[in-house]
Design a protein around this ligand. Structure first.
Ligand SMILES: Nc1ncnc2c1ncn2[C@@H]1O[C@H](COP(=O)(O)OP(=O)(O)OP(=O)(O)O)[C@@H](O)[C@H]1O
Ligand SMILES: [Mg+2]
Length: 328
């Protein structure tokens, strides 16, 4: 059943929904319980808890969410009926609210109640870490929501367009790295720019120029990372989908330790991941968006500097030549 605001079904979350429903049954049967649901921006936390809320309502469990949910949690439930209390996006709560939330775990969980807290890993705030520690000590479970597998991301795109994807659109969807919000952004941009056409066996995005629209949207999606992280990732985008951290430090003219300190936030946010001494952009669409967002003169200068840096580091001539070409 589509949740409000979503015209397509929930895909690829059967296992996570099963886990949450099992916690709900266990908690509402008696002792109460809590779950910390964490995942990168746009990974689908809200969609998943909405599905849980729909299921709970069908079971006659009282569902509380929104701004009053914390008050509801503090109020003893007079009639002793089962409750699901959803506290969304605690990374955005103000300090006083977070203090109240930390305290709310002091006496253990309210009986016959499952509390679900959702949060993004970034921005990192000590007040949020404090809440997570307090709730963890009280016995809250932790559920990390990971990006969708490729097949589920394609299934999502197909559910939105209502047809099989042609090769070009499928390729564009794969740049979303399994993040459902980016999948929706890719398909919506293709649709809104009129790039979608019927092809044999499905729908494809064959008209040129629509990717710029996706990149604009994706740049606004990652703005929450802040200027310092974005500036460094933009420089990294010149080096490619994967890059060596010392090369990035040389390119940005900053000490390696300093660069790691900034990259920590990008790692926590799930924008890049570590692969040995390299880092890899987890969603190619983010790299492309940052790259196309660099002013043309700056981009040329970065390519010139990358050519020099990589030559010094002993990179193959062909790689150096590509950067030189793009520096003109
Ligand atoms: N499993 C899914 N199946 C279908 N659509 C999904 C799924 N997960 C997310 N979406 C869609 O992707 C978009 C982002 O999802 P959602 O808002 O649930 O993510 P979120 O993690 O709550 O984001 P935020 O970090 O902004 O709170 C929405 O358009 C939603 O409908
Ligand atoms: Mg959300």
């Amino acid at each position: 059943m589509p949740s409000p605001g979503r015209a397509w079904p929930l895909v690829g979350r059967a296992a996570e929904l099963d886990d949450l429903e099992a916690y709900l049954t266990e908690a509402t049967d008696g002792p109460g319980g809590a779950v910390l649901l964490e995942g990168e921006a746009g990974v689908g936390r809200t969609s998943l808890v909405e599905a849980l809320q729909s299921g709970a309502q069908l079971l006659g469990i009282r569902v509380c969410g929104g701004p009053d949910a914390l008050d509801e949690l503090r109020r003893p439930c007079e009639d002793g009926s089962a409750r699901l209390v959803v506290l969304e996006d605690v990374h955005r709560w103000d300090d006083d609210e977070l203090t109240g939330l930390a305290e709310a775990s002091a006496d253990g969980f309210p009986p016959r109640t499952l509390v679900v807290l959702t949060l993004r890993p970034v921005p990192h705030r000590p007040e949020v870490t404090h809440v997570v520690s307090r709730w963890t000590r009280a016995g809250a479970r932790y559920l990390e929501l990971r990006p969708l597998p490729t097949a589920a991301a394609v299934e999502l795109a197909e559910a939105i367009v209502g047809a099989n994807l042609g090769p070009s659109l499928r390729g564009a969807v794969s740049t979303a790295g399994g993040n459902p919000r980016f999948v929706v952004d890719v398909v919506t941009a293709a649709h809104d720019t009129g790039a979608l056409v019927a092809v044999e066996g499905g729908i494809d995005a064959v008209l040129p120029g629509w990717r710029g629209e996706v990149e604009d949207v994706v740049r606004s999606r990652v703005a929450y990372l802040g200027d310092e992280v974005l500036a460094l990732l933009s420089a990294a985008s010149v080096l490619g989908v994967s890059f060596v951290v010392v090369d990035l430090a040389a390119l940005a003219d900053r000490p390696v330790a300093d660069v790691w300190r900034t990259l920590r936030h990008a790692l926590a946010a799930g924008v890049v991941q570590a692969r040995g001494d390299r880092l890899v952009f987890r969603h190619d669409v983010v790299r492309a968006a940052l790259y196309s967002g660099i002013d043309l003169d700056d981009r040329r200068a970065l390519h010139a500097r990358a050519a020099w840096t990589l030559r010094e580091a002993g990179a193959p001539q062909a790689v150096v030549a590509t950067h030189l070409e793009r520096s003109r």
